[in-house]
Design a protein around this ligand. Sequence first.
Ligand code: HEM
Length: 452
Amino acid sequence: MNIKYAKKPIPELQARGYLGHFPEFRDNPLQFLGNLNRECGDIAKFRMGPMYFYYVNHPDYIKHILITNRKNYHRDRKFLAEGIPILGRGLLTTDAEEWERLRRIAQPVFHANQMAKYASMISEVATNSLKRWEVSANKGQPLNIADEILRLTLDVVAPTLFGINVTDEWQSFINSVNIIQAEGAKRLVTPVTLPLWIPTRSNIKANIALRNIDNTVFGMIAKYRQQQKAQHNLMNALIQARDEETGDSLTDQEIRDQVVTLLTAGYETTASILAWLFLLLSQHPEVEQKLRYEIEIVLKNQSPTYEYISSMKYLRMVIQESLRLYPPIWIFARTPIQSDDLGDYEIPANTVVYISPLMVQRHPKFWQSPEDFKPERFEVTEPTHSELAYIPFGTGVRSCIGRNFAIMMMQFIVIKVLQTYRLHLVQNQHIKPQFDITLHSHNGIYMNLEKI
Ligand code: HEM
């Protein structure tokens, strides 16, 4: 006989008023989630509007949800409701067999052995884009590094994803991507939203942007299908990709949904972490010096190549530590399909469970001096932290498909920037994290540039 013991009630942070904790969660999630941990521990329940939400902040719970019992945990229903009309049915917005097929087809495109093909292109584009910074460097004008890195990342992503250079058409396409991203972000934190077909001002704007995106992407797919000579970029790889099990390829609509998903998931995240990384370097000159030394020793003023970057251990550690303190995807969620036992507690079905890389990666139980920037903590071969207390790319089968690509982009861009400029943080500016879908700095990050 199976005896089911009563579970303990999940600790709850009491809320007053109709909105409950929604304003605190929206306005300062870092503080709010910290409060939840202090008051309730590593598993908590809180109310926003009429709905209850759950939050876990312990590697064991994370392992259970994302690995051990992952089939019971789908993308959270709010994300799906808001994401599907915008992103279509791509990797971010599907589950179960539908997702498995898409992931099987897309996986080889991002395999580590494909990365060398994108490397030289990334290096070349970054070199050219960095020339734009010279004007400010020569005039002694500070630059908003966050914005500039965003542009630079786009310059890199355009040819690697689509095989095109940044043109006016591409710029208008990116503006449209930004519009739908902002619309999606707003919808995710708004408890009740109107469907996109209702002609409100922001819906009309989003629909125009979506039409622009569709026209551009479908146009590109058609062009690619007619091309005789295959190019090395992700778009072409997606067109050529075949399901290893069934031999299936992707339809035009599926490719459109993948492309929009990959762009949305890929370029702001990478740009976000690079901006924080340069901020951290400017605040820790001893780390910057050590990094510059490694770059000099390994590359001797030459441009980076794929073969060399893998030997740059300190660079990797600096990136790892920056991702620990400022994970671009600072929070994500799952919905349990059936109620589930989580340690001593039970999570009800059809709810939303939050996991925050930002919080677990600064958890004092799992990290020594968690608020300090210390790349050396990643030096040891035996990790000193619990493996699942470090999840900037998620974990398990749904972890980030673009991880290798993102790390490579970061490595090349960091090297290129440091080989070309010294960055000096403008003093007395108020740098404040902004918690959108990705983690931005609210007013940008201003730096003075010195050409090397
Ligand atoms: C530093 C940069 C990046 C970070 C920190 C990051 C982070 C993440 C995280 C945390 C997840 C898992 C979310 C979850 O479990 O719910 C994820 C998934 C994903 N990422 Fe990234 N990402 C980055 C760059 C990229 C790039 C460059 C691409 C593509 C070009 C990409 C494409 C995706 C996709 C498609 C998924 C969904 C995977 C799936 O569900 O099968 N990401 N990413």
